[in-house]
Design a protein. Structure first.
Length: 249
């Protein structure tokens, strides 16, 4: 939390986050062109944002791309804002954290748990329902098998195929949203879960890609809330009471 507050305290770093919010996945050169400072100055600010987990980087060939990670901001909201705010304020905050850039969204969070317990929380239908807005996921979790997400006794809200299953490290799934005609029209995207042990914790990275340019925000806007709820349940056994996003509602 201290690193996040420190990173957000500087107006230039907030402007960098706004720039990534506007257009995610930018190179250092692209970001540098939008600020009246040296390349070294932009690099220093990006390093602070990376250390706070607010910016993630990925290599694409020779380029290094920078992505906004809204999960730490979601955690700040859950701890410091939601208990003081009216429900509508939490809903507006969730709208603010949604990303608008196309093609690929990356989310990262650290959870104090074991890889095995985290994998179980991702693949166990009953556990999943505790932090994913009541949706139960069913599958036999073998490569090439199908999965379905639905509320108990309700119509499916999402479905797809398990493309890669490597417990407790990596799960790759195709995903098609079914909860409305607008999201059905978006077709199929891909979600990759990656678990990496770090000391007594795990780093969980969720990459939602193969989205069309200008994809409906409902497809990916709920991830910060879902991952925040997952962390809260694994570390405390409690459920988040803040309003969810539009995803799977």
């Amino acid at each position: 939390m201290d690193a996040v507050f420190k990173a957000l305290a500087d107006s230039t770093r907030r402007d960098l986050l706004d720039e990534l919010f506007r257009n995610d996945g930018q190179t250092l050169h692209a970001l540098e062109a939008r600020f009246e400072m040296t390349r070294y100055g932009v690099m220093k600010h990006l390093r602070v944002l990376e250390d706070a987990g607010l910016v993630l980087t990925r290599r694409r060939g020779r380029e290094k791309l920078h992505f906004l990670n809204p999960v730490p901001i979601r955690l700040v909201h859950d701890r410091w804002v939601s208990k003081y705010a009216e429900p509508w304020a939490a809903g507006l905050s969730d709208l603010k954290t949604r990303l608008e850039s196309p093609m690929e969204k990356i989310f990262e969070i650290y959870i104090k748990t074991t890889p095995e317990r985290l994998w179980e929380a991702i693949t166990d239908g009953e556990i999943r329902s505790k932090y994913q807005f009541g949706s139960v996921i069913t599958s036999d979790w073998t490569p090439g098998s199908r999965f379905v997400m639905a509320p108990r006794g309700g119509e499916p809200l999402g479905e797809g195929e398990n493309l890669e299953v490597d417990p407790p490290r990596r799960l790759v799934q195709s995903m098609r949203a079914l909860w409305g005609e607008d999201v059905k029209a978006e077709g199929t995207s891909r979600v990759t879960w990656e678990i990496e042990p770090v000391g007594d914790s795990c780093r969980l990275t969720v990459t939602h890609d193969q989205l069309r340019e200008g994809a409906n925000e409902q497809l990916y806007g709920g991830w910060p809330m879902i991952l925040s709820g997952l962390k809260t349940w694994l570390e405390t056994g409690e459920l988040l009471t803040t309003p969810g996003s539009l995803m799977y509602t």
